[in-house]
Design a protein around this ligand. Structure first.
Ligand code: SAH
Ligand code: SF4
Length: 391
């Protein structure tokens, strides 16, 4: 069996490693493209003329039925189920905790396989936010984040690595499992939208995020349309065009300031890609139109970016860009160097934005009691590390 697995691993790593290295044991099929699934089957000895059909069956089992165990994949013969179970696995990463907020928001802390045996296992969070007319799943693209935005809790986490496509897709599977949403329903779904607004900068992990979103939106599987997937970026300008051309999902920009000095402080990547360049990339974003608007996120920080002059400047800057504006009340976290703007100030700011034609721009904070709100996500990995250091 070791040789078969070795070949399967080799087949997958021909291009670049998509899955975190699994020490020994069955290979996870979550997050592979159809082509990669075919390669894995071929390496396990499946006859060439059966590959297409088997790939279809496994795709359906994974992403339409949400099976976690080959024993339940009744489209396969008993022998095949046994043989596949020896080589492959459909199981999800380990869920460390599931928390449910008083407002129905749910947060999962997910432990991933460690790529460095000396470091603590990396962990990421995914959050489900139910609303009257939709349910949004917020997923992570990296463990931690390298960008250190000064108002963001994730940015203070030291441990950083890219998630594999499988680890990104697995967050959607875990949420679907917990919400008991299998097989993929056509109507009345609990998860209607996916946002890449959890931990990490998705454009620093472009290829894996793209592969994962292709799988999440695949009509024969999870079937969440790309119009209902939004990628949020802090402004990695050279990658923005590719989001439109190659990924085809909706774009959100973490703007947070209307001039370079303030944005340099809040979102330090602005020193590399300034406001002007960022807004130019938005104007030129492939496919942008009034039906496909770019969302601009703006966190409200008391005395920092919340003056009425800032509001007017925001409206002026976005003129001519088909845009939605999301004012996010700052979600505090222990030791945060900012305060949330006063509610009255947020309303005055919103009024100016409203008058310029942007509807209900204030985003209601959700799941604050379980630290599930925007920018509060931070796994315990670093805390474990800190305690090890002080021990
Ligand atoms: N790295 C990406 C996506 C993850 S952050 C990005 O920065 O866009 C998702 C959103 O939450 C971003 O708009 C981010 O600026 C915002 N955010 C981060 N920390 C926050 C906090 N403490 N309160 C409110 N929003 C926050
Ligand atoms: Fe990273 Fe986004 Fe947080 Fe900035 S706001 S540190 S880019 S996760």
């Amino acid at each position: 069996m070791a040789t078969i697995l070795d070949t399967a691993n080799k087949a997958r790593s021909k291009k670049r490693p998509r899955q975190a290295a699994m020490p020994d044991g069955p290979v996870s099929l979550i997050g592979l493209t159809r082509e990669e699934l075919g390669d894995a089957l071929r390496a396990a000895g499946v006859a060439e003329k059966q590959i297409r059909m088997r790939v279809g069956q496994l795709w359906n089992a994974l992403y339409h039925h949400g099976h976690q165990d080959f024993a339940n994949v009744t489209t396969l013969s008993k022998d095949l189920r046994t043989s596949f179970a020896e080589h492959f696995t459909l199981t999800r990463p380990e869920i460390v905790t599931e928390q449910i907020s008083t407002d129905g928001t749910r947060k999962w802390l997910i432990r991933l396989p460690s790529t460095d045996p000396r470091a603590p296992a990396p962990e990421v969070e995914a959050v489900y936010i139910p609303e009257e007319t939709r349910g949004t799943l917020c997923i992570s693209s990296q463990v931690g984040c390298t960008l250190n935005c000064t108002f963001c809790h994730t940015g203070t986490q030291k441990l950083v690595r890219n998630l594999t496509a499988g680890e990104i897709v697995a967050q959607v599977l875990i949420a679907r499992d917990a919400l008991e949403e299998w097989p993929t329903p056509q109507e009345g779904r609990k998860i209607t939208n996916v946002v890449l607004m959890g931990m990490g900068e998705p454009l620093y992990n472009f290829d894996n995020v793209k592969q994962a979103m292709d799988i999440v939106s695949d009509g024969e599987g999870l079937s969440i349309s790309k119009r209902r997937i939004t990628l949020s970026t802090s402004g990695i300008v050279p990658e923005i065009e590719r989001v439109g051309n190659e990924m085809g999902v909706m774009l959100a920009i973490s703007l947070h300031a209307v001039n370079n000095p303030t944005r340099d402080e809040l979102v330090p990547i602005n020193k590399k890609y300034s406001l002007n360049e960022l807004l130019k990339a938005c104007r030129e974003f492939p496919g942008v139109s009034n039906a496909r608007r770019i969302t601009f996120e703006y966190v409200m920080l008391k005395g920092v970016n919340d003056s009425l002059t800032d509001a007017k400047e925001l409206v002026r800057l976005l003129k001519g860009i088909p845009a939605k504006i999301n004012l996010i009340p700052f979600n505090a976290w222990p030791g945060a160097p900012y305060e949330c703007s006063d509610w009255e100030q947020i309303e005055k700011f919103a009024e100016i934005v409203n008058k310029a034609g942007y509807a209900s721009p204030i985003r209601t904070p959700r799941g604050r009691d379980i630290m599930a709100a925007c920018g509060q996500l931070k796994s315990a990995s670093e805390k474990i590390k800190a305690s090890q250091i002080s021990a």
